[in-house]
Design a protein around this ligand. Structure first.
Ligand code: ZN
Length: 245
């Protein structure tokens, strides 16, 4: 398949740039990665303490509700004390009163402990938030900077996409099918450069830069002189030649 190697090389280069631009647009940029991770870590810490506080508050409210119930029961039992007629009923009621006393005491204790935990969490939260302020401001500033860089990158993505489509339009379909298949299988890299190995004596030898497999001199001639499409015998990538500086 002679003649289309140049277009294929351009297409690969354009797609590589497009991938890089796409990645830049859709992932945290390198220059703010460290701050992003620190910010996320501290934010998670704050969220955890906040959740602890909320949980403690929930426990306190439940304990207070149980306490109110037990106090209500206690009051009813006290009233019933004057109405019982037998010693046995009296004894049973006293036992109930004793049980509710224990409930009151344990609910009170639970409510106090939960309130303490909530207060502790609130204090810690206040400290964490205060310490977080500076980091958060720096992070917001960097986010803003990133946002301001995005339109240019989005523009590059658009232009590279358009350019790749133009290049594809100039290449026969069967070659595109081959290219796309190798591109997908090769993790976004369909090409392999041919490297020349200078040997001390005799003819130079060539090999595939990706997998190091030998490339026959005849193949090199076809690539260089006829721009024909040849695949590496081993890794199957399309071979190309680039004159060394
Ligand atoms: Zn190879």
């Amino acid at each position: 398949m002679p003649g289309h190697l140049e277009a294929i090389v351009s297409l690969q280069k354009t797609l590589t740039e497009l991938n890089a631009a796409d990645l830049r647009l859709n992932s945290i940029p390198d220059w703010m990665l460290e701050l992003h991770e620190e910010h996320a870590g501290r934010k998670a810490e704050i969220d955890t303490v906040e959740a602890e506080g909320t949980a403690a508050d929930h426990v306190r409210r439940e304990a207070e509700a149980a306490l109110a119930d037990a106090q209500e029961k206690q009051k009813r039992y006290q009233e019933q004390l004057g109405q019982v007629s037998t010693q046995r009923e009296y004894g049973a009621l006293l036992k109930e009163i004793d049980t509710t006393k224990n409930q009151i005491s344990s609910s009170e204790q639970a409510a106090i402990e939960a309130a303490e935990r909530k207060e502790e969490a609130d204090n810690k939260l206040g400290e964490l938030r205060e310490a977080f302020q500076d980091l958060d401001n720096r992070y917001k500033a960097e986010l803003e900077k990133w946002e301001s860089e995005k339109p240019a990158v989005a523009d590059a993505v658009k232009q590279l996409t358009q350019h790749s489509e133009e290049l594809r339009a100039a290449v026969p379909r069967n070659i595109l099918v081959l290219f796309d298949r190798i591109f997908d299988r090769g993790g976004g890299e369909a090409l392999a450069r041919v490297r020349k190995m200078n040997v001390a004596r005799g003819n130079p030898m060539f090999h595939c830069e990706v997998c190091s497999y030998n490339v026959r001199p005849q193949v090199v001639v076809e690539i260089r002189d006829q721009a024909s499409l040849n695949q590496c015998d081993s890794c199957k990538r399309i071979l190309y030649w680039e004159d060394e500086e």
